[in-house]
Each structure stands twice: as C-alpha cells, then as structure tokens.
Design a protein around this ligand. Sequence first.
Ligand code: ZN
Length: 72
Amino acid sequence: MANAIAFLIVCLPSITLSYIVVCLISPWGTCTRCRPGGRNRTCRACNGSGKRPRLGWQIYVYLRRLHRDGTR
Ligand SMILES: [Zn+2]
C-alpha cells in the first residue's frame, strides 16, 4: 500500500505536466455533444465548430487573465 502511494506521488506531477503540455500544444478538443455525427451547426456547446477548448486551456486562460488584471 505504501508503495502504491509513493508511486502516485511520483507519477502525479508528471501526469499533470504532460496534460498541461497537451493543452498547450492542442488547446482545442472535439465537442462531446456532436462528436458522433461530426459537425453540427445547431450545436450550442461549440457554436457549430465541432471544437471545444480543453478544461486545462480554460484554466490557463483564466489564470492568464487573472494575472493580467492583477498586474495592471
Ligand atoms: Zn458541438
């Protein structure tokens, strides 16, 4: 059990880091609402583009805006 916890502690930062890298490389994920049929012009989740910003990207944009507003 202790080994599993140690394994998690070691792995978690690298998983988080690789997720951040994925978000920076391709910030747009496919829309989960209209993914089976590809694009859907009437999809309200993605405005018909078929792409949605990843959660990590949204957090990055939020933090960047927070930083910009804070340092102005
Ligand atoms: Zn959609």
